[in-house]
Design a binder for this molecule. Structure first.
Ligand SMILES: [Zn+2]
Length: 54
């Protein structure tokens, strides 16, 4: 059942790409609509526009 957990985790974690250093990182679901800090350079990464309505 590892694949189920992996897909579930992938659905909960959202990818963000730093506009400054292009570092990709995942963001927790509860931070989806919030600006997060890049784990590499510390720059602010603004939330992406949602593809669907919740
Ligand atoms: Zn960065």
């Amino acid at each position: 059942m590892w694949y189920f957990y992996a897909s579930l985790k992938a659905a909960l974690d959202l990818k963000r790409t730093c506009p400054k250093c292009k570092h990709s990182q995942t963001t927790k679901l509860h931070l989806r609509g919030k600006t997060v800090s890049c784990k590499r350079c510390g720059a602010d990464i603004p939330p992406p526009k949602p593809n669907y309505k919740t």
